[in-house]
Design a protein around this ligand. Structure first.
Ligand code: ADP
Ligand code: MG
Length: 691
């Protein structure tokens, strides 16, 4: 059925086929996997005496009274009774003909949602039709499915399509093969595929609507399970393929690393040493390292990556470091230049702004191996960029890069020497089970300790009606020699508006705080201007820095101890956590004020409360996951990866350990089922491997 086009179904012509293709439904199998959102129960007539608000139900009775009420809105009220009780039908829009039908004595069968009205239970705008006394109820045999749909495709069309698809399935069950072996189904108490699909499209009258709505019914579990399993297998296949490739073994002699460590004003934390050890070991092998380093904001990932780079340089290979934004890349450039120049090592700098001759010269130097380390943005991995012998590629802030980008990076390989080692650094901690699913192709190290001497940031939430007080706080802090950030956020899609808001705020604050030097950075400034502004802030020439979220990552000014975040309710928890990580880097107690615009939604209130209560990145990440869902947290929403048809990583988290076991079982005992399973669930584009 995965090869049978939807057009074999009656009622699906070219136009409908196009509409369906728009939502990814192309084959009969897609129709079967297009599951209802919810169900209506039209399988029985409910006595009015037992109705409860919230029920969706069929009732039948006789009209006892009908009248038009002229209240705030003109409405037609019809009193319907069946001997066990009564209910009011309420219509705001009605024709004269309708009115004529709904007169005293008429017998009606209605379907609708029961609500609590001013005087009694009501059905607002129910579906209804007149029936004769004793007319046999032509109710349905199963719960009525309501499908998610698209413009121009009605529920009746979906019902007809699924009816036909189910019939085909009944006639040729082998067309939708069961790839999960019996022992697996038994072990994890999963129903068979065909039965699960049939059940979900046409649940029997006694099915639990509650379980179905919460997507916890065994039939739904079965489908989520299979889909998650297919993704897991696909990532594992990718992992295997990567591990089969060769990479240059880069043990190094430790000379440069020793020099850097001696020059640092601090000692590595135990956690940093541990991770450095993992990387050291990986780089010395002739298999490509694929390691993800998770570490909270400020945990000191940069120096860990610097040690990895030096090991590679000791072994006479090149390294590249890519960051998602120019500003972050610049910060890295500064750190690395400060560390590497005393060692006599040059650091190259490449972004999309580098054009013409400068770019050509750098590219030539990279290709000839004259630049040992290049720092930059995506521009580093464009088509015409080549290295002589790239041994290590580092990506910072992984949550913005996905599997596909990781793959593209490998293509910049060292040619005969194999593919480069990869180190990925992220400040977005991810709960373990999720990491195992999302990053099954990577090894994970965690820096679970902050350098000593950090003081936790105390966080308060305040409505923007108290802006004056907040400005006063800024004045007080700065008059004591501290520095402050004022972060303007706006709807992310509009960078222009965001910059405008920052400019306005900077003007307002300059006026309100005439004694302070106020700076401004936003995305539309030239790199040079941004850099100068940051430098002036760093050197203490500016006391207050107004910024857009461009300072989210990487900025390091230990004397800044106050941060105001405007409209924090618009940002995700992880992003707020990262922003807040810009303060609390020095010895003085730091503060963060979340200046929200009331009223807050309950979800936003909850998010801000999490930030007030904890500074622990792992707890924040878990909450973020609960409140926003994994697509946002993993940053896959933008990249379009890890989009599941049926599964939901948040809801189905409890399944993940079982999915792991199932993947082991299939790979060991039923390897021939692996490819077809992946093919069923993972689209061409997203398929990470075609073996
Ligand atoms: P992140 O993990 O957020 O990228 P950074 O690498 O930017 O963190 O480190 C934050 C700050 O902590 C930097 O100023 C860095 O020099 C400093 N730092 C890193 N490791 C240590 C350490 N072991 N002891 C003290 N300070 C450290
Ligand atoms: Mg960092």
């Amino acid at each position: 059925m995965d090869a049978t086009p939807v057009t074999v179904l009656k009622g699906v012509g070219p136009r409908n086929a196009e509409r369906l293709a728009g939502i990814g439904v192309q084959t009969v199998q897609d129709v079967l996997f297009h599951l209802p959102l919810r169900y209506q129960d039209r399988t029985r007539i409910t006595p009015m005496g037992v109705l409860r608000a919230g029920d969706q139900t069929v009732v039948e009775g006789v009209v006892e009274a009908a009248e038009i009420r002229f209240g705030r809105r003109r409405s037609l009220l019809v009193q319907l009774a069946d001997g066990s009780g009564s209910v009011t039908l309420r219509f705001f829009h009605f024709s004269a003909a309708q009115r004529a039908n709904l007169t005293t004595g008429a017998r009606l069968r209605c379907f609708g949602e029961v609500r609590t009205g001013p005087a009694s239970l009501e059905l607002v705008h129910p579906e209804y039709k007149p029936v004769a006394e004793g007319e046999p109820p032509e109710v349905e045999e199963s719960l009525t499915p309501i499908y998610p749909t698209t413009e121009g495709m009605h529920q009746l069309a979906w019902r007809s399509m699924t009816e036909q698809a189910l019939l085909l399935l009944e006639q040729q069950p082998e067309a939708l093969p069961e790839w999960l072996p019996d022992e697996l189904l038994k072990r994890f108490s999963l129903p068979e595929l065909g039965a699960a699909v049939r059940y979900l499209h046409r649940p029997p009258p006694d099915a639990s609507q509650q379980l179905l709505l919460e997507r916890r019914h065994p039939a739904q579990r079965r489908l989520s399970f299979e889909e998650l399993l297919a993704h897991q297998l696909s990532l594992r296949a990718l992992r295997l393929r990567q591990r089969r490739a060769t990479a240059p073994a880069l043990a190094g002699n430790g000379r440069l690393r020793q020099q850097l460590l001696q020059q640092l004003p601090f000692r590595l934390t135990g956690a940093q040493q541990q991770v450095v050890g993992n990387i050291e070991h990986d780089l010395a092998r002739d298999r490509p390292m694929m390691r993800l380093v998770q570490g909270d904001v400020g945990s000191g990932k940069t120096v860990v990556s610097a040690l990895a780079v030096l090991q590679v340089l000791e072994a006479e290979h090149q390294a590249a470091l890519m960051a998602p934004t120019e500003l972050l890349a610049e910060q890295h450039l500064q750190s690395f230049r400060a560390w590497f120049e005393p060692l006599g090592l040059e650091v190259g700098w490449l972004t999309s702004r580098h054009k013409g001759k400068v770019r050509q010269q750098l590219l030539a130097a990279m290709a000839e191996g004259r630049v040992p380390l290049v720092v930059g943005t995506h521009a580093l991995f464009q088509g015409d960029v080549a290295f002589r012998n790239l041994g290590l590629a580092i990506i910072d802030e992984q949550h913005r890069f996905g599997v596909h980008q990781r793959m593209a990076l490998r293509e910049k390989g060292t040619g005969k020497g194999g593919v480069p080692h990869q180190l990925i650094m992220t400040a977005t901690p991810i709960p373990r089970t999720l990491a195992m699913t999302a990053y099954a192709d990577l090894d994970v190290s965690v820096i679970d300790e902050l350098p000593p001497g950090r003081t936790p940031v105390s966080t308060a939430a305040m409505p923007d009606t108290r802006r004056d007080e907040v400005i006063e706080r800024v004045r007080a802090a700065c008059s004591q020699g501290r520095q402050a950030y004022w972060v303007c956020t706006l709807i992310e899609e509009s960078e222009a508006l965001q910059c405008q808001a920052a400019e306005d705020t900077a003007a307002m604050l300059t006026e309100a705080l005439p004694d302070l030097q106020v700076g401004l950075v936003h995305g539309r400034l030239k790199a040079m201007e941004k850099e100068q502004m940051m430098q002036r802030f760093k050197q203490g020439e500016l006391q207050l820095l107004v910024a857009t979220t461009v300072i989210e990552v990487g900025v390091d000014v230990p004397n800044a101890s106050l941060m105001i975040i405007e409209n924090p309710e618009r940002l995700g928890l992880a992003q707020l956590h990262q922003l807040r990580g810009r303060v609390g880097r020095g010895a003085t107690k730091s503060h963060c004020v979340l200046m929200y615009h009331p009223p807050l939604s309950s979800n936003a209130r909850e998010r801000l409360a999490v930030l007030r209560e904890t500074g622990d990145g792992f707890i924040i990440a878990q909450k973020d996951l609960e409140l926003r869902g994994p697509g946002e947290v993993l940053g896959t929403r933008q990249t379009g990866e890890m989009q599941f048809r049926i599964a939901d990583l948040m809801r189905d988290q409890p399944l993940l350990p079982e999915v792991q076991q199932a993947a082991d079982m299939l790979l060991q005992r039923y390897p021939e089922r692996v490819q077809p399973l992946m093919r069923r669930w993972i689209g061409e584009k997203e398929r990470y491997i075609d073996a």
